[in-house]
Design a protein around this ligand. Structure first.
Ligand SMILES: [Zn+2]
Length: 518
C-alpha cells in the first residue's frame, strides 16, 4: 500500500520545530525485504530527499504536530538541512515564475520551466485518449506490425549504410530529434495524466547532436504501477514512431530510403539498449520498481567499495549486498560500453564532415577546433561522472578480488607467526591485522635478500641455524632472522616474511601505525 499525503495536508507542529511547508510532500511505501521507502519532495525547488527511518519519523512528527526534540545534534542537523533547502513553512523558497526560458551557453542547454502548461494542454485536448484501452490496443498492433517491418528492413536487399554523407546530416538529426521528442513527451504525458506536474523541459547538445529532455520530480511520488508505466512510456512511444517509419519503408516508396532504413535499424537498437536495466537508462527504473526497490541506484552507489572492505575485514556479506555490488560494477562496465558506442556512432555521423573540413586546410582545421571547443565541454561534463563512477567500481572490484586472494594466505601466516615468534605473542588483534597487511611473499629465486621472520609456505630450503647447524626447513617451518640461507631445494618454494624493523615499529606504536615502514 502506498500512503501519500497530498501537498498541504501536513498541519502545524507544536514544540521545538516548525512544520513542513505546504509545498512539501512526504511519501512512503513498503519495498523489498520489509523495508520502507521514504522520501520528502519539495515541489517548489524540485528537490527530493531520501529519508532514513528516523528522519521519516521526524517528518511524520512535523506533519502531525507532535513535539520534536531539538536538543539531539542529529535532529538539529536534519532540521537545519530542511530549513536551508526550503522544506519548512518558516523558510519558503521563492516560487519560480512559469514559462521561464533559460539558456546556458557553456552546457549548450536551453531549459524551459513552462513546459507543464504545454503538456497539460496537449493532454486535455486529445492526448488523454491515448490511455483509452482501445487506443492502447491499436498501439500494440502498430508495435507488432513494426516488429515485422523491422525484420523485413533487416532482411531487405537495401545495403545498410552506416556512415553519413555531410548532406544527409540534417535529415539524420531531424529523425533522431523527432524520436527523442516523442519519447520525452510520452514520459511527461504519463505524469500529467496522473495529475502530477512537470518541472521543466529543454533541449541540450549531447555529443554534438541536439536531444530533448523532461524533468519531473513528482514522478518519484507516483504509485509503483504508475512509475512503471511512466518509465516504459518513452520507449513505447518511440517504438510507435520507429514502427510507423519501418512500415512505410516496407510498404511504399520512401524519399531518402537509405537514411530511413538506417534510422529504423539504429533506432530499434537504441530503444533496446535504453531498456537495458542499468543506471542512467529507462530500463533501470523498470528494474527498480519491478523488484520493489525504488532506491536501487542510491543503494548500488558505492556498494562495490563496501563489499571490498567487508571482504578484507573478513566480515560475512549477505547475498543481497553481493548482488548490489555486482550490479554496481556492471553499471560501470555498461556506462563505458555505451560511451564507446556513442563515440562510434558520432564518428559515423560526423566523420565525413570532419574529413571534408580537414581537406580545406587551415580554415577547415580552425572550424574543427572551434566546433570541438564548443562541443567538448557539455560532453566531458556529462561523461566525467560516468567515467569516474566506472573507474571507482573497477578499482573496488580489483581490490575486492586482490584482498580475497591475499587474505587466504595472510591470515593463517599471521596466526602461525604469532604462535611461534615470542616477540609477537603480546600483539593486539588490531596490531596483528596491521602485521598481516605487511607480510611479503617471496618465491624461490629471490630468497637471497631474505631478512626478518618468516614461514615456509611451500617447498623446502636448506639453511644454517644460529648455532651453525645445517638444517632443512619445509612447509610450515618458521624462519628466524639469524638463519643463514643456503638454497631452495625444490622448485616453487615460497616464503612468507616480515621485516624485523616492521615488527619493532609495530611494538613501539600500539595503534599499529606502520605508515613509514617499507
Ligand atoms: Zn526515457
Amino acid at each position: 500500500m502506498t500512503t501519500t499525503q497530498a501537498p498541504g495536508s501536513l498541519p502545524t507542529a507544536r514544540g521545538g520545530a516548525e512544520p513542513l511547508g505546504a509545498w512539501v510532500e512526504f511519501h512512503q511505501e513498503p519495498c523489498r525485504s520489509g523495508r520502507t521507502y521514504q522520501i520528502l519532495v519539495n515541489h517548489r525547488t524540485h528537490v527530493a530527499l531520501d529519508l532514513s527511518a528516523s528522519e521519516a519519523g521526524l517528518c511524520q512528527q512535523l506533519g502531525t504536530g507532535g513535539r520534536v526534540e531539538t536538543t539531539d545534534p542529529a535532529v538539529s542537523a536534519f532540521l537545519s538541512e530542511l530549513r536551508e533547502e526550503g522544506f519548512l513553512a518558516s523558510s519558503p523558497p521563492p516560487a519560480k515564475p512559469g514559462r521561464r526560458l533559460t539558456a546556458s551557453l557553456s552546457a549548450l542547454d536551453v531549459h524551459w520551466s513552462g513546459a507543464d502548461r504545454l503538456v497539460r494542454a496537449a493532454h486535455d485536448r486529445g492526448a488523454r485518449h491515448l490511455f483509452h484501452p482501445a487506443a492502447v490496443a491499436i498501439q500494440a498492433m502498430l508495435a507488432l506490425a513494426g516488429l515485422v517491418a523491422l525484420i523485413a528492413a533487416i532482411r531487405s536487399s537495401h545495403a545498410f549504410q552506416l556512415p553519413v554523407h555531410p548532406a544527409q546530416i540534417p535529415l539524420v538529426i531531424g529523425l533522431s530529434l523527432a524520436a527523442i521528442a516523442i519519447h520525452e513527451f510520452a514520459h511527461a504525458l504519463v505524469v500529467i495524466h496522473h495529475r502530477r506536474p512537470i518541472d521543466a523541459a529543454g533541449v541540450r547538445l549531447h555529443l554534438g547532436v541536439p536531444a530533448f529532455y523532461v524533468e519531473a520530480t513528482a514522478a518519484l511520488v507516483l504509485t509503483r504501477r504508475q512509475r512503471l508505466t511512466q518509465a516504459a512510456a518513452g520507449a513505447w512511444a518511440e517504438w510507435q514512431f520507429t514502427a510507423a517509419a519501418a512500415i512505410w519503408l516496407w510498404l511504399a516508396p520512401v524519399p531518402a530510403a537509405p537514411i530511413v532504413h538506417r534510422f529504423v535499424i539504429l533506432n530499434a537498437l537504441t530503444i533496446a539498449s535504453n531498456l537495458a536495466p542499468f543506471v542512467g537508462l529507462d530500463g533501470h527504473w523498470l528494474l527498480a520498481d519491478a523488484i520493489r526497490m525504488p532506491d536501487l541506484a542510491r543503494r548500488a552507489r558505492g556498494s562495490a567499495g563496501r563489499l571490498a572492505t567487508a571482504l578484507a575485514e573478513g566480515e560475512h556479506v549477505p547475498a543481497g549486498d553481493r548482488l548490489l555490488a555486482g550490479y554496481s560494477t556492471l553499471n560501470g562496465i555498461v556506462a563505458i560500453a555505451l560511451l564507446a558506442g556513442a563515440g562510434f556512432l558520432w564518428y559515423q555521423l560526423f566523420g565525413g564532415l570532419t574529413r571534408g573540413l580537414i581537406h580545406h586546410g587551415l580554415p577547415g582545421w580552425l572550424a574543427l577546433a572551434a566546433a570541438a571547443a564548443i562541443l567538448a565541454r557539455p560532453t566531458t561534463s556529462a561523461a566525467a561522472p560516468r567515467l569516474t563512477a566506472a573507474a571507482r567500481s573497477g578499482r573496488a572490484l580489483y581490490q575486492a578480488i586482490a584482498f580475497r586472494l591475499q587474505w587466504r594466505w595472510r591470515i593463517p601466516a599471521t596466526r602461525r607467526l604469532a604462535a611461534t615468534v615470542p616477540q609477537l605473542a603480546g600483539l593486539s588483534d588490531h596490531q596483528l591485522g596491521v602485521l598481516a597487511g605487511h607480510l611479503r611473499r617471496t618465491r624461490g629465486s629471490h630468497l637471497d635478500h631474505l631478512t626478518g621472520y618468516g614461514i615456509v609456505q611451500a617447498g623446502a630450503v636448506t639453511a644454517t641455524s644460529a648455532a651453525r647447524t645445517p638444517m632443512t626447513l619445509t612447509a610450515g617451518d618458521t624462519w628466524d632472522p639469524r638463519h643463514q640461507l643456503h638454497r631452495a631445494i625444490t622448485r616453487g618454494t615460497v616464503l612468507i616474511s616480515i621485516q624485523t624493523a616492521a615488527i619493532e615499529q609495530l611494538l613501539r606504536s600500539p595503534d599499529g601505525d606502520l605508515s613509514t615502514c617499507p
